[in-house]
Write a protein of this length. Structure first.
Length: 132
C-alpha cells in the first residue's frame, strides 16, 4: 500500500493526470490503512533503555499519523476547491513525505517487534496481504 500511494504522490508532483475521484479514493485508502494500523498494533513493553526510546518514538508516530491524515485530507480539500497543478504538486509532495515516514515507522516497528520477548502483536490490517 505504501509503494502504491507513494507512486500516486510522485505522479502528482510530476503533474500526471488523475481524476479527482482517483485522488479521493487513494487518500481515503491510505488514510484508512494508516489509521487501522494505529488501532490494530499493540506493542509489547520495552526490554531495555534503548528499546524504551524506540517504543516512545513508535507510540509518538501513531499519534502523529492522526495529524498527518488530517493534513493530507486538508491538502486534498484545497485541490477539490481549486484544482490546479501547484495544489496537486503540493498534495503529492505531502503524500510522498507521509508515505516515507510511514515506511520508516513500519521498518522500525518490525525491528522493535523482533527484539522484544514475546514479540508485538498485530491485531489486524486493513487489507489482506498488505505490505505496510
Amino acid at each position: 500500500m505504501v509503494d502504491w500511494f507513494e507512486q500516486i504522490s510522485l505522479e502528482l508532483v510530476l503533474l500526471a493526470e488523475h481524476s479527482l475521484e482517483e485522488l479521493e479514493a487513494a487518500i481515503e485508502t491510505f488514510s484508512n490503512g494508516v489509521a487501522s494500523h494505529g488501532r490494530s498494533t499493540e506493542l509489547r513493553p520495552a526490554a531495555s533503555a534503548e528499546d524504551r526510546d524506540t517504543l516512545s518514538i513508535l507510540e509518538a508516530d501513531h499519534r502523529w499519523f492522526s495529524t498527518s491524515i488530517d493534513q493530507l485530507r486538508w491538502s486534498l480539500q484545497i485541490v477539490q476547491n481549486e484544482d490546479h497543478g501547484g495544489h496537486r504538486q503540493a498534495l503529492g509532495q505531502y503524500g510522498r513525505i507521509f508515505a516515507e515516514a510511514f515506511r520508516r515507522h513500519r521498518a522500525t516497528e518490525a525491528r522493535y517487534q523482533t527484539a522484544q520477548p514475546g514479540r508485538a502483536v498485530e491485531l489486524g490490517t486493513s487489507r489482506p496481504g498488505s505490505r505496510y
